[in-house]
Design a protein around this ligand. Structure first.
Ligand SMILES: [Mg+2]
Length: 224
């Protein structure tokens, strides 16, 4: 590939809202399932549960982090419950599959969710079998992005050279530690207002959707 990405040998993708768009309405369902878990666990009102969900998310990076740290909740049972969502709005993406498969090098997933859920999302998108490995929240020892220790673990365990790696994410702040390690960073911007001065130092490229961006890469490759 003769392009600005020709040094890349590891293509790392976030999962949620990166390999599918907001129209699939997945994350709102997951948030509601998290609140329902908290509601049942503490036997409290829905409003109080949403408050705890948000408080733990702010303090620990995920609600699960708070539930594990303060209440020794089992992460597997929790993750099964919160990811029990309707995926009927996720559609197969045959073009995206071809585009990702055509990338020269390893294709990997780096997600704060767990691998069983990731496999379900990938199957619903027709992307099963495309990715060599899924580095999930369990392999992060439940320390979610953007904690830099999890990026170190990712690179060590999967033998990734950050200087030859590219990371695509919709959460801009999750790109910071990747850039600090020397990765090329791609931000999928779903029209979300962020403080540009805050995020600009670690965003190399901003894109609207992954398929359009990959199609432009492959076009460049063909025309050179
Ligand atoms: Mg995401």
């Amino acid at each position: 590939m003769h392009s600005r990405f020709d040094h890349i040998d590891s293509w790392i993708f976030d999962l949620d809202l990166t390999l599918y768009g907001p129209e699939a309405n997945i994350m709102a369902q997951v948030r509601d399932r998290i609140a329902l878990y908290v509601e049942r666990y503490f036997n409290i009102s829905s409003d109080a549960a949403h408050h705890i969900r948000h408080t733990y998310w702010k303090k620990y990076g995920t609600t699960l982090g708070g539930l594990m740290a303060e209440h020794a909740v089992d992460p597997h049972g929790y993750l099964d419950f919160v990811h029990d969502v309707d995926m009927s709005l996720l559609k197969h993406a045959p073009d995206l599959r071809v585009q990702i498969e055509a990338l020269p090098g390893r294709k990997l997933i780096f997600t704060n969710a767990d691998a069983p859920y990731a496999h379900r999302v990938l199957a619903a998108r027709g992307l099963d079998g495309v990715f060599e490995d899924i580095f999930d929240i369990h392999r992060m020892q439940h320390v979610p992005k953007p904690a830099s220790v999890s990026y170190d673990r990712l690179c060590n365990e999967l033998h990734i050279d950050p200087a030859r790696a590219l990371f695509v994410e919709d959460s801009a702040h999750n790109l910071g530690p990747a850039k600090a390690l020397g990765m090329t960073t791609i931000w999928v911007n779903h029209d979300i207002a962020v403080d540009r001065a805050d995020t600009a130092p670690f965003i190399d490229h901003e894109i609207a959707d992954i398929s359009g961006w990959l199609s432009s890469i492959h076009t460049i490759e063909r025309t050179i």
